[in-house]
Write a protein that binds this ligand. Structure first.
Ligand SMILES: Cc1ncc(COP(=O)(O)O)c(C=O)c1O
Ligand SMILES: [Zn+2]
Length: 385
């Protein structure tokens, strides 16, 4: 294992890794894992990767968890990168289909790594607020690890997410409110209950699991990153994780300096990052009355807002909002043209692609990758209306 220490993403303060911890002890911002890359590449090279297992643990040296410790795994990662030739025939469009992960979403990546580390460091009761899919993934990996899962979800979370968490043995609390209210309830109770807080970016390792999106993408694109990435952003772990992976791979000499233009896609009814990006702000104000069928995008306030905004600007990408009606309409267009029943969050990226093309921000011939972060099957009631 080549984890050196944790570093605050805001003030840079170093933290020793071998204990359970959440945010920076000084400024209360997210901690990120610093890996000894030179040491890691003694055994992990682009060539040795070819011989390894398909799961995200193929990048083991870049991930936390001491060697010899068995990861908590359900076969996460290794998802297909599919060409989408019909949706937009003038660009080179690809879909990274994350619905094929355990519990049918990309949240499995973060939870496999974070639950592995939480268990290793001695946690027994894991808790998280969830818009839906993170809860399902936490429930699955906690069950696999033999740990308790306590999940707080908005009452109107898609049925599939709620049922899934319960059937995976988690303790589910439904809250009349948004994910931020769920988080507040968890914070109120966690000390007394002895829960370890697994909220997005409030522990250091979910983002390490999510960074494998970036490693996998580079590997599948033969180490040439695409021109543009469209990512449906709520808390932003995937965006932040991928960017971290690109920097690590650059330092390893696996890729060059070129970075994709990163676009955060949000829903018009909950677009804090879009508003902040357009206003030139460094952080995002809480979005009032957040509403959207894309439950994963119903995150009115994200602790990693400043990291997302920085990445969008550094990459010369941007942030774009999509209406719910457009997500529903585009789902069928993608389904009938490409054969994938995408989730509303994935559909939002396809709708965003059209707007960006119209605005001349994506030009013919460019290579674009869209992340379909879950399956439409989890949102059936949203498509019945
Ligand atoms: C399907 C789906 N897509 C996208 C997101 C947003 O992910 P993140 O919070 O990492 O930005 C979520 C989060 O719940 C989700 O469930
Ligand atoms: Zn700090």
């Amino acid at each position: 294992m080549f984890l050196k220490h944790l570093e605050c993403s805001a003030c840079g303060l170093k933290h020793e890794w071998p204990r359970l911890q959440n945010l920076c002890r000084s400024c209360h911002k997210p901690l990120l894992a610093i890996v000894d890359l030179a040491a890691a590449t003694r055994t992990l090279t682009r060539e040795t990767l070819a011989t390894r297992e398909k799961s995200l643990w193929r990048y083991r040296e870049m991930l936390p968890l001491p060697g010899g410790v068995q990861p908590v795994s359900l076969g996460e990662g290794g998802t297909p990168l599919l060409r989408a030739p019909k949706f937009a025939d003038d660009i080179d469009l690809w879909i990274k289909d994350e619905s094929l992960n355990p519990a049918q979403s990309f949240k499995a990546r973060g939870m496999s790594v974070a639950v592995s580390m939480a268990k290793y460091l001695g946690a027994t009761k894991l808790a998280a607020p969830s818009a839906g899919n993170a809860g399902g993934a936490l429930a699955a990996y906690a069950a696999r690890a033999g740990l308790e899962a306590h999940i707080f979800m908005p009452r109107d979370t898609p049925h599939a997410n709620i049922i899934e968490c319960r059937e995976l043995g988690a303790n589910v609390t439904l809250i009349d409110g948004l994910i931020t209210d769920c988080g507040a309830e968890l914070t109120r109770r966690k000390e007394k209950e002895g829960w370890f807080d697994m909220s997005t970016l409030k522990e250091p390792y979910r983002v390490e699991g999510k960074k494998t999106l970036g490693y996998e993408l580079a590997e599948q694109c033969n180490w040439q990153l695409p021109d543009v990435i469209l990512y449906p952003a709520g808390g932003g772990t995937g965006l932040i994780g991928m960017w971290k992976a690109f920097d690590e791979m650059d330092a390893l000499g696996w890729i060059g300096k070129k970075r994709p233009r990163m676009f955060a896609v949000q829903a018009s009814g909950c677009a804090p990052i879009v508003r902040a990006f357009e206003a030139g702000k460094k952080t995002a104000a809480e979005f009032p009355d957040a509403q959207t069928i894309a439950s994963g995008l119903r995150v009115p306030k994200a602790i990693g807002d400043f990291l997302m905004l920085n990445i969008l600007r550094q990459s010369k990408g941007g942030a774009i909002a999509v209406d719910d009606e457009e997500m529903i309409r585009v789902t069928r267009e993608v389904g009938s043209k490409e054969g994938l029943f995408v989730c509303p969050e994935g559909a939002a990226c396809f709708a965003a692609l059209k707007s960006l093309q119209r605005a001349g921000k994506i030009t013919p011939g460019e290579r674009v990758v869209i992340f379909n972060t879950s399956s439409g099957i989890k949102y059936l009631e949203r498509y019945q209306q």
